[in-house]
Design a binder for this molecule. Sequence first.
Ligand SMILES: C[S@@+](CC[C@H](N)C(=O)[O-])C[C@H]1O[C@@H](n2cnc3c(N)ncnc32)[C@H](O)[C@@H]1O
Length: 307
Amino acid sequence: MHISVLLEETIQGLNLKEDGIYVDCTLGYAGHSSEILKRVRRGCLFAFDQDSDAIKYSQEKLSKIGKNFTIIYSNFVNIKEELARRQITKVDGILFDLGVSSVQLDEASRGFSYHQDAPLDMRMDRNNPLSAYEVVNNYEESKLSDIFWRYGEEKYSRSIAKAIVNYRKSKKIETTLELVDIIKSAMPMKAMRDKHPARRVFQAIRIEVNHELDVLEQAINEAIDLLDVGGRVVVITFHSLEDRIVKNIFKEKTTIDKMVKGLPNIPSQYLSNYRLVNNKAITPTEDEIENNNRARSAKLRIIERIK
Ligand SMILES: C[S@@+](CC[C@H](N)C(=O)[O-])C[C@H]1O[C@@H](n2cnc3c(N)ncnc32)[C@H](O)[C@@H]1O
């Protein structure tokens, strides 16, 4: 089961209007989308996902609430183009609840989990030609180490990449637990004490396989451009790399030019078109974290178009 993270805070953050046009870029199991649809009786909801299992489930779930929704099977990086094809060029709110769902993580066969043995896969979109198997078995040592460092902030990136390449000399790496053992063999005992030793490398491979950070930057910028006055983009991130991208884009969009900052009357063309709804990211309560461990690293940020 997937429990939606920061559900109330997200719905409040979107500041929904009954007749508004909303976009959920990460439909998943429709936890957030259901709450949006219930409140947008005269408007409509467009929802993206790149996982056909999630879409099948959510199509049925949302149909029980209303008819005013359209599900789009596509990467959210295509948001502008996909909406334009449906004659939508301005919207009142857009949500991103990033990463994978608990259903994807718990389904062993998807290969996202370092707790369960499965073929190396990690594709959110099973039509994607690149899988974890390709990355782990075909990438050069330097590229692997770079990915583990950049996308996993893994301190032992080099020794892990070396261990992978050594192992490959005798046989292909087929499964998640085979990879976990190789990772463990390349780390000192002290690094294995607190969190799972494969956590960072698995995160890095998942980001690489799904191009998660590349698409995020483009999609957030396009989402902000799509906002009508009063509209908001709400983003929930789960690790510092994602959060940094969102924080920087929001900062850039809401900061006025240094040249005019001190002026008593700033000409309107220099004023920012956007404002941050909260200066600091919103985080889950202790209660939420206790009920849903996946929420522990969540951060929610909101930007609003003001002119
Ligand atoms: C954390 S889950 C969303 C859960 C959802 N908010 C709910 O309450 O049920 C993220 C979902 O977004 C999808 N996803 C992640 N990145 C995507 C992308 N770039 N394009 C389209 N879908 C994406 C995943 O397949 C997954 O189903």
